[in-house]
Design a protein around this ligand. Sequence first.
Ligand code: A2H
Length: 254
Amino acid sequence: ENVAPQEYTLIKMKVIQDVLPEKLHKFQDKPIYLVAATLRPETMYGQTNCWVHPDIKYVLFETINNEYFICTRRAARNMSYQNFTSKNGEYQVLAELSGEEIIGLKLKAPLCLNEFVYALPMMTIKEDKGTGVVTSVPSDSPDDYAALNDLKKKKALREKYHISDEMVLPFEPIPIMHIEGLGNLAAPKVCEELKIQSQNDTLKLQEAKERVYLKGFYEGVLIVGAYADKKVQKVKKKIQEHMIKANEATIYQE
Ligand code: A2H
């Protein structure tokens, strides 16, 4: 097993909904964030939604900056050892929510070209990695593209989780990065080529990810935002720092 800590960018997606679910009523006037761990901060321009697992349990806790984070209990605990809370190793669970109760929340996400996005269900989220919340960039992540397509194609799936059409259908992958040989929408291109049918097409998705990720990292050139025309590799850190300065992200390790 790998013992070196993995550093993630923790993306803070602000809950901007007028009326919150019952369990969050008490915190209506507080800044509440769904927090997602990503390895690709430079792709945040292309967010179309946020993912939670409907059956995973999430908690709400208060940070040392009087912000309110939603993530798995495990991640909250990790954060409490990384100076996210006022007492080392301590965090207070202020509310417990299932992913299902989070689905449909309206969010404002950093750098995102969409003015707002929604929390939607993804069945392949692992409870023991990151925060259990994943930011979705279908242009550059085959997992995200396949999961978004599932929701678009399957009305019954949307209905099961009370997801309205406006939360899903208007959101298309956004061209944010050019990759030599893969164009401006690498994940959709590779998913179509491999005829990926759903987010559970594990083997094909593995292949798609191998084709997209390394190339994206080494040869990707941004085509939007303040770093347009720059190589991803060169500006990844700057984009992370920009979001951290703006209080839209922070660093999280595990
Ligand atoms: B990445 P690693 Cl555009 N369950 O962010 C499943 N997947 C999770 C997760 C969880 N609990 N927590 C984080 N992730 C995803 C963006 C992205 C990501 C792009 C391309 C590749 C990519 C947008 N989604 O990841 O196992 C998150 O998705 C490639 C691996 O720690 C996070 O970064 O290496 C990545 O997996 C962390 O995976």
